[in-house]
Design a protein around this ligand. Sequence first.
Ligand code: PLP
Length: 407
Amino acid sequence: MALLNENYLKLQSSYLFSEIAIRVKQAESKNVGRKIIKLGIGDVTKPLPNSCLKALHKATDELANEATFRGYGPEQGYDFLREAIIKHDYNSRNVHTISADDIFVSDGSKCDSGNFQELFSLSNSIGVTDPVYPVYVDSNVMAGRTGSIIDGRYGNLQYINCSSENGFTPLPPNKSLDIVYLCSPNNPTGTVMDKELLTKWVEYALKHKAILLFDAAYYAFIRDEQLPQSIYEIPRAEEVAVEFRSYSKTAGFTGTRCAFTVVPKQCLVYDKSGTPHKLRDLWFRRQSTKFNGVSYPIQRAAEAIYSVEGQKEIKDLSDYYLENSRLILEAFSSAGLECYGGKHSPYVWVNAKRDSWEFFDKLLNEAQVVCTPGVGFGACGSGYVRFSAFGKRENVIEALSRIKDLF
Ligand SMILES: *Cc1c(COP(=O)(O)O)cnc(C)c1O
């Protein structure tokens, strides 16, 4: 008899998005004569930059020719891409502590941030912020690091509460944790951690010999030069932090699939006897066993992002979404609702001043606009909703005009 991994039974069914789908369908069937506008989804709507497309076509043609054909690529990704990453994403911001052999190109930050926990003992204490991107939690549940879920919280997982009190940017806790997931700019709250706060987290990790798993999927939305785009802008972060980056939101690669993870060789983990090991070498072992890389044309398309043309195109892309963010933020702020994010992020997090689902229903039934109930991201998201700026401008404007007199 094939027995299952019982940890999967602990997982809460993906109630949030299925429940949204059910309610949207009901609203659609009422057919009030205007279309439903979705400001809930975290997927992009703008097409691929032209520079990426050109590189993709060219590299695809190379594969059709025996002289330029390529099969399996290098385990960590092609040098041309890893070197472009180091030069343009890090050296340009004065980060010189990491190098191309710390970069692991992959097909997504969702898989990398979900898989990374495999490298750590099941006995580690795991910290997640609440509200949180669900991948960090569910991957630890699947691995067996948690108890069952009670009132929206898994036993044995350490929740770091975020609220209006800490501006949804939490300080390190007083107790010791081994692994902590951080995401900045944050999904779902849109808040950004500044240098001072990130420095506290790095100091915390150094003190406790902990590892920070830093998700920077939204770094391209940061416009304030003072805000860190990478955790490695903080001194000594390379000793304690892994960084996840993705081209999904930066360059419209959600369907194309390319991302990378930085695991600096200075970053150490310990065995039971206290002997240090390089985390980088463990991730190399894991990836070379279970992953066979991203296709050559896609890596060429990602490289093109770093060309002069590509840099301009991705700036224009994020500028477009940031303007949507600004409009959403302005609309809810002027309606007198307390808002977070929306400035260096494609998400606006709104205090609904009522139950998340009640707000969701009101918006759906009276304005035919869809948002995401914050409670779906954790108990601390209760009473909040998330708006995504990834829609088309005309839809955002139409949605906001419908909402105008609702609150
Ligand atoms: C969208 C997103 C990612 C990117 O995931 P991919 O698998 O690279 O598409 C990573 N982290 C967060 C928090 C996200 O919202």
